[in-house]
Design a protein. Structure first.
Length: 96
């Protein structure tokens, strides 16, 4: 594998080293918050119902790739659509 050796002696990888996985599809989820409820409560929900989540306004959301927490971020608007900007990368993400 080609790459430069960093000051600590580890080899840095280039994007070209990862070309074999560029086309592998992954599931990305941005979780605004969670809640727990009983099935009876769920069945009572209708149009316009409000479900309270465990997050506060302005609190970071969790970003998962293949059900693994990889980052935290903020909701943004991009051309009238919702998006997410990553503010923190989680190293060694935990499965959820």
């Amino acid at each position: 594998m080609d790459g430069e050796v960093s000051e600590d002696g580890t080899q840095q990888r280039y994007a070209s080293d990862l070309e074999a996985v560029f086309d592998v599809p992954v599931n990305v989820s941005a979780v605004l918050g969670k809640t727990h409820m009983e099935v009876s409560q769920l069945l009572k929900l209708g149009r316009g119902a409000v479900v309270e989540l465990d997050r506060k306004v302005g609190e970071a959301i969790d970003i998962y790739v293949n059900n693994r927490l990889v980052a935290r971020g903020e909701v943004v608007v991009v051309d009238e659509r919702l998006g997410v900007t990553m503010t923190e990368i989680i190293k060694g993400g935990n499965a959820a």
